[in-house]
Write a protein that binds this ligand. Structure first.
Ligand code: SAH
Length: 254
């Protein structure tokens, strides 16, 4: 018996991995985060499977269901939104499973930050502009550790992907302005990859107002950085004609 912690992807059910789909189809117990995982993903479950929505459950209740499945020798598909390694509350479940000697395996998924980048059609790393992406959140009810507040991360001027921050947008943007500048581009993608996806583009100084006007207050990814609009970035060395690497000889002298 095993618990498979499966990343369901950002919303579009076709962004579920083949492995995730096959495990959802074969597990006798399917436990999914109903608030965020689309119904189509769960439709792969067997008609005889026990399919349960965990959004109203406590950690103890989730653990009790998994323990019951263990006693019946039934595999469990534990389906989470995006990729389970990012703001997934999966570690606390895994800790319970380990304490109960229940085997588990994690199946990665497409995270909402990559789905948001795809939605706006941009690369988040560009030569000489940003070679770093910081995946983080604004401080809300969940405290952020010392050294990781937005104003402390801002001096790196890395591309930022803010999760769980849409209701804190105004103050988050204000924390970034001293390092990134008021005109730094921001893109907010609400429900990336869903049919009702909305994209709002702006700058650190005007995005909060635009997002308020668009009435977006949930399920949104906030991307920040010059990479979002830059056109005059350097070309990478990978495809440069004077650059030799393992898979290609230079066609032009260096
Ligand atoms: N593990 C998930 C993140 C879960 S935390 C992942 O890898 O994507 C929940 C936050 O993820 C939301 O507050 C929002 O910031 C972001 N999110 C999840 N799905 C999204 C989507 N389809 N579009 C935009 N943001 C999304």
């Amino acid at each position: 018996m095993r618990v498979y912690i499966i990343g369901a992807g950002p919303g579009d059910p076709r962004l579920l991995t083949l492995r995730g789909r096959d495990l959802i189809a074969s597990c006798p117990v399917v436990l999914y985060t109903g608030s965020l995982v689309p119904k189509e993903v769960i439709s792969h479950a067997s008609p005889t499977a026990r399919v349960l929505d965990s959004s109203g459950m406590t950690l103890d209740e989730i653990t009790a269901i998994v323990t019951e499945a263990r006693d019946a020798n039934h595999d469990v598909a534990r389906v989470h939104t995006g990729d389970p390694s990012i703001f997934g509350s999966t570690a606390e479940q895994v800790r319970r499973f380990e304490a109960l000697s229940i085997a588990y395996e994690i199946i990665p998924g497409v995270s909402s930050f990559t789905a948001a980048a795809a939605a706006i059609g941009r690369e988040l790393t560009l030569p000489e502009l940003s070679q770093t992406i910081i995946l983080t959140r604004a401080e809300g009810r969940t405290p952020v550790p010392a050294g990781q507040h937005l104003h402390e991360l801002a001096p790196h001027q890395a591309t930022l992907a803010l999760f769980l921050s849409i209701t804190l947008l105004k103050s988050a943007m204000e924390e970034l302005i001293p390092s990134y500048g008021e005109d730094c581009p921001v893109a907010v993608v609400h429900k990336a990859s869903w049919p009702d996806q909305i994209i709002v583009r702006g700058t650190l100084s005007d995005i909060a107002q635009k997002v308020r006007e668009a009435r977006i207050n949930s399920q949104a990814m906030v991307l920040v950085g010059r990479v979002l609009t830059a056109e005059d970035f350097a070309e990478s060395r990978l495809y440069a004609a004077d650059f030799t690497h393992r898979f290609r000889r230079a066609t032009k002298p260096e």
